[in-house]
Design a protein around this ligand. Structure first.
Ligand SMILES: [Fe+2]
Length: 400
């Protein structure tokens, strides 16, 4: 439903809608720029500008329309749409790094707030998610690279941000609007907040969990919703995504055991990003799996864990060699994949960084779709495991 409200009642996260194209011409005090309100400052600014009223979508009606729209996008993604020109990786990476570090600081803040029972700073969550969306629109490979190569110790925080970033990259790939992407990013940042309620000795236990411990971990989506519900301004869509991010396609997930048709689209997207990041990260009980192998494993989980079409779309989005992959070439050299190519997934843009003895060399960027320079074509032979060689590749993202 669409409702007219006084500007004073406008809150971050609410969606302003334009009801009729010409109506606002006759009502100069009606604010009618469609989109999600991102902060209290924005509301204050609108008040200062003299706006008195606006039309907003109420959660129930907006929720139903949004859900139908998202289902439509996932079934028929807008892959061939006109996109803004991508900023080259070398230019986009610096601001993506700033965004990623700011997001990390915000993740620490919201985890702290959750632990101490404080009210969440939702306005800053929206700003943080907006910055992630800007990075994804500008050059999605930067975020995928950072999600893999950033070295922060605490999995809790990096996982929040990685799930937000990867979900947003996927949402951008299928053609979601910026407003939807911002809320998806917020849901990603908050999806595991409920783990702050689960005792740390269970979360960090290296060995197998006992039945009661496992049951406790499985309550984290509900705990997360309890935490978020203390904040009246968290949209229902975010709450539902947090609640259901562990539901599975065939009904084997938790907490509700929903099957595909009932799982909200946001929750299904979070679940893809969540599993990908968990598989490709080092944990106390397992080593990281290489990105391309992780995607292979996820493909094997189609029909059980994931909708088969959606997991294939996710794999297509990240590419056969996802950005951030460390690869061995037919020349014997080693390279870092920094830009994927959806038309030719075997031929991404790579930065050659080490010789066959793994000694650092003067880096050079090669577009594998381009004709070779006379020494024969360069090909990727396989993904290599940087951790097996104790290589930290982060510096190579910016070094030229
Ligand atoms: Fe979770």
């Amino acid at each position: 439903m669409i409702k007219k409200i006084p500007i004073e009642e406008l809150k971050p996260g609410m969606e302003v809608v334009r009801v009729a194209d010409d109506l606002w011409h006759h009502l100069p005090y009606l604010y009618a720029e469609p989109g999600i309100i991102e902060s209290e400052e924005e509301v204050a600014r609108l008040r200062e500008l003299g706006y008195r009223e606006t039309f907003v979508a109420t959660d129930e009606a907006a929720g139903k329309t949004d859900e139908a729209h998202l289902e439509q996008l996932l079934a028929e993604p807008r892959l061939d749409r006109e996109r803004p020109v991508r900023t080259p990786f070398g230019e986009a990476i610096s601001s993506a790094m700033v965004t990623y570090e700011d997001a990390m600081a915000h993740a620490m803040q919201i985890v702290q707030d959750a632990k101490l029972g404080r009210k969440m700073d939702f306005a800053t969550s929206l700003e943080t998610a907006s910055a992630i969306v800007e990075s994804a629109v500008s050059n999605p490979d930067t975020l995928v690279c950072l999600a893999k190569l950033s070295e922060f110790d605490d999995y809790t925080y990096t996982h929040c941000i990685n799930v937000a970033a990867i979900s947003v990259v996927f949402g951008e790939y299928i053609g979601m609007s910026r407003e939807e992407l911002v809320l998806l990013g917020v849901a990603g940042m908050m999806h595991d907040l409920g783990k702050t309620t689960v005792p740390a000795r269970i979360i960090n236990k290296p060995g197998p969990l006992t039945r009661p411990e496992r049951d406790e971990v499985r309550r984290h989506p509900e705990y997360g919703c309890d935490i978020l519900q203390r904040n009246s301004d968290i949209p229902a869509k975010v709450l539902r995504a947090v609640m259901h991010h562990h539901e599975r396609h065939n009904g084997s997930g938790y907490p509700a055991g929903m099957t595909r048709k009932d799982i909200p689209a946001f929750a299904r997207i979070l679940s893809l990003a969540d599993v990908y990041d968990a598989l490709t990260s080092d944990r106390c009980y397992k080593n990281a799996i290489l990105p391309n192998k992780a995607l292979g494993i996820m493909y094997g989980m189609r029909d059980q864990d994931f909708d088969p079409t959606e997991v294939q779309l996710f794999i297509k989005c990240l590419g056969i060699f996802p950005a951030g992959s460390f690869v061995r070439l037919n020349t014997g050299e080693y390279a870092l994949v920094f830009e994927t190519n959806s038309r030719e997934p075997l031929n991404p843009k790579i930065r050659i960084i080490m010789d066959r003895e793994m000694k650092p060399i003067r880096t050079r960027d090669v577009d594998l779709t381009a004709p070779d320079g006379g020494d024969g074509p360069i090909e990727i032979l396989e993904c290599a495991d940087p951790s097996a060689y104790r290589k930290n590749l982060m510096n190579y993202l910016t070094a030229r």
